[in-house]
Design a protein around this ligand. Structure first.
Ligand SMILES: *Cc1c(COP(=O)(O)O)cnc(C)c1O
Length: 464
Protein backbone atom coordinates (compact mmCIF):
# COMPACT_ATOMS: atom_id res chain seq x y z
CA UNK A 1 0.00 0.00 0.00
CA UNK A 2 1.30 3.45 -0.79
CA UNK A 3 1.10 6.37 1.64
CA UNK A 4 -2.14 7.75 0.22
CA UNK A 5 -3.94 4.42 0.36
CA UNK A 6 -2.84 3.99 3.96
CA UNK A 7 -4.24 7.36 4.88
CA UNK A 8 -7.46 6.77 2.98
CA UNK A 9 -7.95 3.53 4.87
CA UNK A 10 -7.83 5.52 8.10
CA UNK A 11 -10.92 7.56 7.22
CA UNK A 12 -13.77 6.19 9.32
CA UNK A 13 -17.01 4.98 7.79
CA UNK A 14 -19.76 7.62 7.69
CA UNK A 15 -21.98 5.81 10.20
CA UNK A 16 -19.07 5.29 12.59
CA UNK A 17 -18.09 8.94 12.52
CA UNK A 18 -21.75 9.96 12.88
CA UNK A 19 -21.99 7.87 16.05
CA UNK A 20 -18.83 9.38 17.47
CA UNK A 21 -20.16 12.86 16.77
CA UNK A 22 -23.47 12.06 18.44
CA UNK A 23 -21.53 11.11 21.56
CA UNK A 24 -19.19 14.12 21.55
CA UNK A 25 -21.91 16.68 20.73
CA UNK A 26 -25.23 15.22 21.81
CA UNK A 27 -28.71 16.64 21.47
CA UNK A 28 -29.01 17.41 17.74
CA UNK A 29 -31.32 15.88 15.14
CA UNK A 30 -29.69 12.79 13.65
CA UNK A 31 -29.55 14.26 10.16
CA UNK A 32 -26.87 16.74 11.28
CA UNK A 33 -24.53 13.94 12.39
CA UNK A 34 -24.83 11.91 9.20
CA UNK A 35 -24.56 14.92 6.93
CA UNK A 36 -21.54 16.21 8.84
CA UNK A 37 -19.89 12.80 8.81
CA UNK A 38 -20.36 12.61 5.07
CA UNK A 39 -18.96 16.11 4.49
CA UNK A 40 -16.00 15.37 6.76
CA UNK A 41 -15.03 12.13 5.06
CA UNK A 42 -15.43 13.71 1.63
CA UNK A 43 -13.19 16.59 2.59
CA UNK A 44 -10.54 14.28 4.05
CA UNK A 45 -10.57 12.04 1.01
CA UNK A 46 -10.06 15.02 -1.26
CA UNK A 47 -7.21 16.41 0.82
CA UNK A 48 -5.44 13.06 0.90
CA UNK A 49 -5.81 12.47 -2.83
CA UNK A 50 -4.50 15.94 -3.58
CA UNK A 51 -1.54 15.21 -1.35
CA UNK A 52 -2.37 17.87 1.21
CA UNK A 53 -2.36 15.45 4.15
CA UNK A 54 0.60 13.61 5.54
CA UNK A 55 -1.01 12.03 8.59
CA UNK A 56 -4.41 11.39 10.10
CA UNK A 57 -5.45 10.63 13.65
CA UNK A 58 -8.82 9.67 15.05
CA UNK A 59 -8.70 12.75 17.25
CA UNK A 60 -8.03 15.01 14.26
CA UNK A 61 -10.98 13.57 12.34
CA UNK A 62 -13.31 14.18 15.25
CA UNK A 63 -12.11 17.80 15.73
CA UNK A 64 -12.64 18.51 12.04
CA UNK A 65 -16.10 16.93 12.14
CA UNK A 66 -17.04 18.94 15.22
CA UNK A 67 -16.05 22.13 13.46
CA UNK A 68 -18.16 21.23 10.45
CA UNK A 69 -21.04 20.19 12.72
CA UNK A 70 -20.97 23.59 14.46
CA UNK A 71 -21.37 25.25 11.08
CA UNK A 72 -24.01 22.84 9.78
CA UNK A 73 -26.23 23.01 12.85
CA UNK A 74 -26.23 26.78 13.19
CA UNK A 75 -29.22 28.78 11.93
CA UNK A 76 -28.69 29.80 8.35
CA UNK A 77 -30.01 33.32 8.93
CA UNK A 78 -27.95 34.81 11.70
CA UNK A 79 -26.48 38.04 12.99
CA UNK A 80 -23.35 39.49 11.40
CA UNK A 81 -21.10 42.36 12.33
CA UNK A 82 -21.56 45.14 9.78
CA UNK A 83 -18.17 46.78 9.47
CA UNK A 84 -18.89 48.14 6.00
CA UNK A 85 -19.85 51.61 7.21
CA UNK A 86 -23.04 51.49 5.14
CA UNK A 87 -25.73 52.28 7.70
CA UNK A 88 -28.83 51.14 5.82
CA UNK A 89 -27.30 48.07 4.18
CA UNK A 90 -29.98 46.19 2.26
CA UNK A 91 -27.97 42.97 2.05
CA UNK A 92 -27.24 43.01 5.77
CA UNK A 93 -30.81 43.52 6.90
CA UNK A 94 -31.13 47.31 6.63
CA UNK A 95 -32.19 48.64 10.01
CA UNK A 96 -31.31 47.09 13.35
CA UNK A 97 -34.22 47.78 15.69
CA UNK A 98 -34.51 49.78 18.87
CA UNK A 99 -34.80 47.83 22.11
CA UNK A 100 -38.32 49.19 22.53
CA UNK A 101 -39.32 47.65 19.20
CA UNK A 102 -37.71 44.32 20.04
CA UNK A 103 -39.53 44.12 23.36
CA UNK A 104 -42.88 44.78 21.69
CA UNK A 105 -42.20 42.20 19.00
CA UNK A 106 -41.32 39.53 21.54
CA UNK A 107 -44.31 40.36 23.73
CA UNK A 108 -46.77 40.19 20.86
CA UNK A 109 -45.15 37.12 19.29
CA UNK A 110 -45.06 35.10 22.48
CA UNK A 111 -48.77 35.34 23.27
CA UNK A 112 -52.07 36.22 21.66
CA UNK A 113 -52.78 39.86 20.96
CA UNK A 114 -55.55 42.28 20.05
CA UNK A 115 -54.26 42.34 16.46
CA UNK A 116 -57.73 42.60 14.92
CA UNK A 117 -59.88 42.79 18.00
CA UNK A 118 -61.31 45.89 19.63
CA UNK A 119 -61.01 45.19 23.31
CA UNK A 120 -63.33 48.04 24.30
CA UNK A 121 -66.14 46.76 22.12
CA UNK A 122 -65.41 43.06 22.13
CA UNK A 123 -65.61 42.84 18.36
CA UNK A 124 -63.49 42.65 15.28
CA UNK A 125 -61.10 45.55 14.75
CA UNK A 126 -58.51 46.47 12.14
CA UNK A 127 -54.82 45.69 12.33
CA UNK A 128 -54.05 49.17 11.03
CA UNK A 129 -55.57 50.89 14.05
CA UNK A 130 -52.40 50.30 16.05
CA UNK A 131 -50.31 52.67 13.94
CA UNK A 132 -52.67 54.92 12.01
CA UNK A 133 -53.06 57.43 14.85
CA UNK A 134 -49.30 57.67 15.29
CA UNK A 135 -48.70 58.11 11.57
CA UNK A 136 -51.32 60.84 11.36
CA UNK A 137 -49.79 62.62 14.31
CA UNK A 138 -46.22 62.33 13.04
CA UNK A 139 -46.77 63.13 9.36
CA UNK A 140 -49.75 65.47 9.51
CA UNK A 141 -51.57 63.33 6.94
CA UNK A 142 -55.31 62.65 7.13
CA UNK A 143 -55.04 58.90 6.75
CA UNK A 144 -52.44 56.14 6.74
CA UNK A 145 -52.01 52.52 5.71
CA UNK A 146 -49.13 50.10 6.12
CA UNK A 147 -48.18 47.19 3.86
CA UNK A 148 -45.35 44.70 3.52
CA UNK A 149 -42.72 47.05 2.09
CA UNK A 150 -42.45 50.23 0.05
CA UNK A 151 -42.39 48.38 -3.25
CA UNK A 152 -45.81 47.01 -2.25
CA UNK A 153 -46.92 50.49 -1.19
CA UNK A 154 -46.06 51.90 -4.62
CA UNK A 155 -47.60 48.94 -6.44
CA UNK A 156 -50.92 49.06 -4.61
CA UNK A 157 -51.12 52.85 -4.80
CA UNK A 158 -50.63 52.84 -8.57
CA UNK A 159 -52.91 49.86 -9.07
CA UNK A 160 -55.70 51.44 -7.06
CA UNK A 161 -55.50 54.95 -8.42
CA UNK A 162 -54.33 54.46 -11.99
CA UNK A 163 -55.18 51.00 -13.30
CA UNK A 164 -55.64 51.11 -17.11
CA UNK A 165 -54.79 54.80 -17.00
CA UNK A 166 -51.72 56.94 -17.49
CA UNK A 167 -49.25 58.07 -14.87
CA UNK A 168 -46.98 60.98 -15.75
CA UNK A 169 -43.40 60.71 -14.47
CA UNK A 170 -40.28 62.68 -15.27
CA UNK A 171 -37.60 60.81 -17.23
CA UNK A 172 -35.15 61.95 -14.56
CA UNK A 173 -37.03 60.00 -11.90
CA UNK A 174 -37.47 56.57 -13.48
CA UNK A 175 -35.30 54.96 -10.86
CA UNK A 176 -34.09 51.45 -10.29
CA UNK A 177 -33.66 50.49 -6.66
CA UNK A 178 -31.48 47.40 -6.55
CA UNK A 179 -32.36 45.23 -9.52
CA UNK A 180 -35.88 44.13 -8.90
CA UNK A 181 -37.55 47.45 -8.29
CA UNK A 182 -37.61 49.53 -11.46
CA UNK A 183 -40.23 52.17 -11.80
CA UNK A 184 -41.29 51.36 -15.39
CA UNK A 185 -41.74 47.68 -14.50
CA UNK A 186 -43.66 48.43 -11.32
CA UNK A 187 -45.98 50.58 -13.43
CA UNK A 188 -46.54 47.70 -15.80
CA UNK A 189 -47.29 45.28 -12.97
CA UNK A 190 -49.69 47.78 -11.45
CA UNK A 191 -51.55 47.85 -14.75
CA UNK A 192 -50.76 51.50 -15.49
CA UNK A 193 -49.34 53.15 -18.54
CA UNK A 194 -46.19 55.10 -17.90
CA UNK A 195 -46.13 58.49 -19.58
CA UNK A 196 -42.56 59.75 -19.50
CA UNK A 197 -41.96 63.46 -19.77
CA UNK A 198 -38.94 65.75 -19.92
CA UNK A 199 -35.38 64.59 -20.34
CA UNK A 200 -32.92 62.83 -18.09
CA UNK A 201 -31.56 66.03 -16.66
CA UNK A 202 -34.33 68.57 -17.13
CA UNK A 203 -38.07 68.38 -16.75
CA UNK A 204 -40.32 71.44 -16.72
CA UNK A 205 -43.83 72.00 -15.45
CA UNK A 206 -44.95 72.57 -19.04
CA UNK A 207 -43.76 69.05 -19.91
CA UNK A 208 -46.19 67.59 -17.39
CA UNK A 209 -48.96 69.90 -18.50
CA UNK A 210 -48.52 69.01 -22.18
CA UNK A 211 -48.82 65.31 -21.37
CA UNK A 212 -52.09 65.60 -19.46
CA UNK A 213 -55.05 64.09 -21.30
CA UNK A 214 -58.37 62.42 -20.49
CA UNK A 215 -56.56 59.18 -19.57
CA UNK A 216 -54.24 60.77 -17.03
CA UNK A 217 -54.88 59.35 -13.56
CA UNK A 218 -51.87 60.55 -11.60
CA UNK A 219 -48.88 62.84 -11.59
CA UNK A 220 -46.03 61.08 -9.88
CA UNK A 221 -42.78 62.12 -8.27
CA UNK A 222 -40.11 59.61 -7.33
CA UNK A 223 -37.33 60.40 -4.92
CA UNK A 224 -33.89 59.87 -6.43
CA UNK A 225 -32.83 57.54 -3.70
CA UNK A 226 -29.54 56.28 -4.95
CA UNK A 227 -28.29 58.80 -7.46
CA UNK A 228 -28.19 62.51 -8.09
CA UNK A 229 -28.53 64.64 -11.16
CA UNK A 230 -26.05 67.47 -10.97
CA UNK A 231 -25.01 70.20 -13.38
CA UNK A 232 -27.52 71.48 -15.95
CA UNK A 233 -30.56 70.07 -14.21
CA UNK A 234 -34.14 71.05 -13.48
CA UNK A 235 -36.92 69.23 -11.72
CA UNK A 236 -40.43 70.25 -10.83
CA UNK A 237 -41.17 70.41 -7.12
CA UNK A 238 -44.02 68.48 -5.55
CA UNK A 239 -45.65 71.78 -4.70
CA UNK A 240 -45.71 72.95 -8.32
CA UNK A 241 -47.05 69.57 -9.39
CA UNK A 242 -49.81 69.81 -6.80
CA UNK A 243 -50.87 73.21 -8.18
CA UNK A 244 -50.92 71.77 -11.69
CA UNK A 245 -52.80 68.68 -10.56
CA UNK A 246 -55.43 70.74 -8.75
CA UNK A 247 -56.09 72.73 -11.91
CA UNK A 248 -56.86 69.52 -13.79
CA UNK A 249 -58.32 67.53 -10.90
CA UNK A 250 -55.48 64.99 -10.96
CA UNK A 251 -53.90 63.77 -7.71
CA UNK A 252 -50.14 63.78 -7.16
CA UNK A 253 -48.38 60.83 -5.55
CA UNK A 254 -44.81 60.88 -4.35
CA UNK A 255 -42.65 57.83 -3.74
CA UNK A 256 -40.31 59.17 -1.12
CA UNK A 257 -38.30 55.97 -0.80
CA UNK A 258 -36.61 56.45 2.50
CA UNK A 259 -39.18 58.35 4.45
CA UNK A 260 -37.48 60.39 7.06
CA UNK A 261 -39.30 62.01 9.98
CA UNK A 262 -36.34 63.99 11.30
CA UNK A 263 -35.02 67.09 9.55
CA UNK A 264 -31.38 66.10 9.14
CA UNK A 265 -30.34 69.60 8.09
CA UNK A 266 -31.14 70.85 11.58
CA UNK A 267 -28.29 68.68 12.82
CA UNK A 268 -25.75 69.72 10.21
CA UNK A 269 -26.36 66.85 7.83
CA UNK A 270 -27.47 67.07 4.23
CA UNK A 271 -31.10 67.99 3.75
CA UNK A 272 -33.39 65.05 3.15
CA UNK A 273 -37.05 65.93 2.62
CA UNK A 274 -39.14 64.80 5.58
CA UNK A 275 -42.50 63.09 5.18
CA UNK A 276 -44.18 65.97 7.06
CA UNK A 277 -42.81 68.50 4.55
CA UNK A 278 -44.02 66.48 1.59
CA UNK A 279 -47.47 66.09 3.14
CA UNK A 280 -47.58 69.85 3.74
CA UNK A 281 -46.93 70.57 0.06
CA UNK A 282 -50.33 69.02 -0.59
CA UNK A 283 -49.15 65.85 -2.34
CA UNK A 284 -52.18 63.58 -2.09
CA UNK A 285 -50.42 60.27 -1.41
CA UNK A 286 -46.89 59.68 -0.09
CA UNK A 287 -45.21 56.26 0.13
CA UNK A 288 -42.04 55.35 2.03
CA UNK A 289 -40.12 52.48 3.63
CA UNK A 290 -40.20 51.44 7.26
CA UNK A 291 -36.68 50.07 7.38
CA UNK A 292 -34.60 52.74 5.72
CA UNK A 293 -34.00 56.05 7.50
CA UNK A 294 -37.01 55.47 9.72
CA UNK A 295 -35.11 52.64 11.44
CA UNK A 296 -38.19 50.46 11.92
CA UNK A 297 -38.94 46.93 10.64
CA UNK A 298 -39.51 46.27 6.93
CA UNK A 299 -42.78 47.93 5.96
CA UNK A 300 -44.32 50.16 3.35
CA UNK A 301 -46.12 53.20 4.67
CA UNK A 302 -48.79 55.05 2.73
CA UNK A 303 -50.05 58.38 4.01
CA UNK A 304 -52.29 60.96 2.44
CA UNK A 305 -55.80 62.11 1.69
CA UNK A 306 -58.44 60.08 3.47
CA UNK A 307 -60.56 59.16 0.50
CA UNK A 308 -57.60 57.96 -1.59
CA UNK A 309 -55.89 55.98 1.17
CA UNK A 310 -59.22 54.38 2.02
CA UNK A 311 -59.58 53.22 -1.58
CA UNK A 312 -56.07 51.77 -1.48
CA UNK A 313 -56.92 49.91 1.74
CA UNK A 314 -59.92 48.30 0.09
CA UNK A 315 -57.97 47.05 -2.93
CA UNK A 316 -58.08 43.20 -2.79
CA UNK A 317 -54.33 43.28 -3.47
CA UNK A 318 -53.95 44.59 0.08
CA UNK A 319 -54.71 41.13 1.42
CA UNK A 320 -51.68 39.79 -0.44
CA UNK A 321 -49.42 42.65 0.61
CA UNK A 322 -50.65 42.62 4.19
CA UNK A 323 -48.34 43.65 6.98
CA UNK A 324 -47.66 41.04 9.63
CA UNK A 325 -48.25 41.43 13.35
CA UNK A 326 -44.59 41.30 14.36
CA UNK A 327 -43.84 44.11 11.97
CA UNK A 328 -46.77 46.09 13.32
CA UNK A 329 -45.54 45.62 16.88
CA UNK A 330 -42.04 46.82 15.98
CA UNK A 331 -43.36 49.65 13.84
CA UNK A 332 -45.69 50.96 16.52
CA UNK A 333 -42.93 50.94 19.14
CA UNK A 334 -40.51 52.71 16.79
CA UNK A 335 -43.05 55.33 15.75
CA UNK A 336 -43.82 56.01 19.40
CA UNK A 337 -40.18 56.98 19.91
CA UNK A 338 -40.60 59.67 17.24
CA UNK A 339 -43.19 61.44 19.39
CA UNK A 340 -40.12 62.83 21.16
CA UNK A 341 -37.42 63.55 18.57
CA UNK A 342 -34.61 63.40 21.13
CA UNK A 343 -35.77 59.97 22.19
CA UNK A 344 -35.83 58.84 18.55
CA UNK A 345 -32.26 60.05 18.01
CA UNK A 346 -31.14 58.39 21.19
CA UNK A 347 -32.90 55.05 20.86
CA UNK A 348 -33.12 54.17 17.15
CA UNK A 349 -29.87 52.51 16.03
CA UNK A 350 -30.09 53.69 12.40
CA UNK A 351 -30.35 57.30 13.50
CA UNK A 352 -27.67 56.87 16.17
CA UNK A 353 -25.24 55.56 13.57
CA UNK A 354 -25.97 58.33 11.10
CA UNK A 355 -25.67 61.00 13.78
CA UNK A 356 -22.51 59.55 15.35
CA UNK A 357 -20.00 62.40 15.36
CA UNK A 358 -16.71 62.06 13.53
CA UNK A 359 -14.88 62.55 16.85
CA UNK A 360 -16.83 59.74 18.48
CA UNK A 361 -16.16 57.51 15.47
CA UNK A 362 -12.46 58.22 15.94
CA UNK A 363 -12.61 57.37 19.64
CA UNK A 364 -14.39 54.12 18.83
CA UNK A 365 -11.88 53.19 16.15
CA UNK A 366 -9.09 53.82 18.64
CA UNK A 367 -10.84 51.65 21.20
CA UNK A 368 -11.35 48.80 18.74
CA UNK A 369 -7.73 49.06 17.68
CA UNK A 370 -6.58 48.88 21.31
CA UNK A 371 -8.70 45.78 21.88
CA UNK A 372 -7.30 44.10 18.78
CA UNK A 373 -3.71 44.99 19.66
CA UNK A 374 -4.20 43.73 23.21
CA UNK A 375 -5.38 40.39 21.86
CA UNK A 376 -1.79 39.81 20.61
CA UNK A 377 -2.83 38.43 17.25
CA UNK A 378 0.29 37.22 15.42
CA UNK A 379 0.98 38.65 11.97
CA UNK A 380 -1.50 41.52 12.09
CA UNK A 381 -1.07 45.28 12.16
CA UNK A 382 -3.90 47.66 13.01
CA UNK A 383 -4.11 51.34 12.25
CA UNK A 384 -6.83 53.97 12.76
CA UNK A 385 -7.55 55.76 9.49
CA UNK A 386 -10.02 58.48 8.41
CA UNK A 387 -12.69 57.28 5.97
CA UNK A 388 -15.95 58.29 4.37
CA UNK A 389 -19.11 56.24 4.99
CA UNK A 390 -22.36 55.99 3.09
CA UNK A 391 -25.79 56.12 4.59
CA UNK A 392 -26.96 53.63 1.95
CA UNK A 393 -30.32 52.04 1.39
CA UNK A 394 -31.59 54.68 -0.91
CA UNK A 395 -31.09 57.51 1.49
CA UNK A 396 -29.11 60.70 1.12
CA UNK A 397 -27.65 59.43 -2.14
CA UNK A 398 -24.52 61.48 -2.25
CA UNK A 399 -24.26 62.53 1.35
CA UNK A 400 -21.10 61.10 2.83
CA UNK A 401 -20.36 60.81 6.51
CA UNK A 402 -16.80 61.51 7.63
CA UNK A 403 -15.75 58.62 9.77
CA UNK A 404 -12.92 56.46 11.04
CA UNK A 405 -12.02 52.84 10.55
CA UNK A 406 -9.43 50.34 11.70
CA UNK A 407 -7.27 49.34 8.75
CA UNK A 408 -5.98 45.79 9.04
CA UNK A 409 -2.73 44.63 7.53
CA UNK A 410 -1.85 40.98 7.53
CA UNK A 411 1.49 39.29 6.82
CA UNK A 412 -0.28 36.18 5.72
CA UNK A 413 -3.45 37.22 3.93
CA UNK A 414 -4.24 39.60 1.10
CA UNK A 415 -7.07 42.07 1.82
CA UNK A 416 -9.41 39.87 -0.27
CA UNK A 417 -8.42 36.74 1.63
CA UNK A 418 -8.91 38.50 4.93
CA UNK A 419 -12.28 39.77 3.79
CA UNK A 420 -13.33 36.24 2.87
CA UNK A 421 -11.98 34.62 6.06
CA UNK A 422 -13.79 37.10 8.29
CA UNK A 423 -17.01 36.87 6.32
CA UNK A 424 -17.12 33.11 6.58
CA UNK A 425 -15.79 32.98 10.14
CA UNK A 426 -17.64 32.89 13.41
CA UNK A 427 -19.08 35.36 14.16
CA UNK A 428 -19.20 36.65 10.58
CA UNK A 429 -17.65 40.08 10.16
CA UNK A 430 -18.27 41.96 6.92
CA UNK A 431 -15.80 44.75 6.31
CA UNK A 432 -14.73 46.49 3.15
CA UNK A 433 -11.72 46.93 0.96
CA UNK A 434 -10.57 50.31 -0.17
CA UNK A 435 -7.37 51.15 -1.98
CA UNK A 436 -6.09 47.64 -1.37
CA UNK A 437 -6.63 47.91 2.37
CA UNK A 438 -9.05 45.91 4.48
CA UNK A 439 -11.11 48.24 6.65
CA UNK A 440 -13.29 47.73 9.70
CA UNK A 441 -15.63 50.71 9.77
CA UNK A 442 -16.73 51.44 13.32
CA UNK A 443 -19.73 53.63 12.52
CA UNK A 444 -21.92 50.61 11.85
CA UNK A 445 -20.47 48.32 14.51
CA UNK A 446 -22.25 48.39 17.85
CA UNK A 447 -19.71 48.94 20.63
CA UNK A 448 -21.12 45.76 22.23
CA UNK A 449 -19.89 43.92 19.13
CA UNK A 450 -16.24 44.93 19.53
CA UNK A 451 -15.45 41.77 21.57
CA UNK A 452 -17.04 39.74 18.75
CA UNK A 453 -14.68 41.31 16.25
CA UNK A 454 -11.72 40.42 18.46
CA UNK A 455 -13.13 36.91 18.80
CA UNK A 456 -13.43 36.59 15.02
CA UNK A 457 -9.76 37.49 14.61
CA UNK A 458 -8.75 35.11 17.37
CA UNK A 459 -10.53 32.24 15.65
CA UNK A 460 -9.05 33.20 12.34
CA UNK A 461 -5.56 32.93 13.89
CA UNK A 462 -6.41 29.58 15.51
CA UNK A 463 -7.72 28.08 12.29
CA UNK A 464 -5.05 29.52 10.03
C1 LIG B 1 -36.19 51.79 -1.43
C2 LIG B 1 -37.13 52.37 -2.36
C3 LIG B 1 -38.25 51.65 -2.79
C4 LIG B 1 -38.49 50.25 -2.34
O1 LIG B 1 -38.74 50.19 -0.97
P1 LIG B 1 -38.69 48.79 -0.18
O2 LIG B 1 -39.11 49.16 1.21
O3 LIG B 1 -37.30 48.31 -0.31
O4 LIG B 1 -39.65 47.88 -0.84
C5 LIG B 1 -39.11 52.25 -3.64
N1 LIG B 1 -38.91 53.51 -4.08
C6 LIG B 1 -37.85 54.23 -3.70
C7 LIG B 1 -37.68 55.61 -4.25
C8 LIG B 1 -36.93 53.69 -2.82
O5 LIG B 1 -35.87 54.39 -2.44
Amino acid sequence: MNEKSKLLAKIPAVHVLAERLAKSTPGLPKVFYTRTARLTTERLRKEIIEGRKASLSEEEVLRLAEGILAEESRPHLRPVVNATGVVVHTNLGRSPLAEEALEEIVAVARRYSNLEYRLSEGRRGSRYEHVVGLLRELTGAEEALVVNNNAAAVLITLNTLAKDKEVIVSRGELVEIGGSFRMPEVMAWAGCRLREVGTTNRTHLKDYEAAINENTALLMKVHRSNFAVVGFAKEVSGKELVELGRRYGIPVVEDLGSGCLVDFSRYGLRKEPTVQEIVRTGVEVVTFSGDKLLGAPQAGIIVGRKELVERIRQNPLNRALRIDKLTLAGLEATLRLYLDENLALERIPTLRMIFLSTEEAKRRAQRLKRMLVKASLPGFKFEVVPTVCRTGGGALPIADLDSFAVAVESEKFSPEELHEKLRTGDPPVVGRIEEDRFLLEVRTVFPEEFPLVVEAFRRLCENA
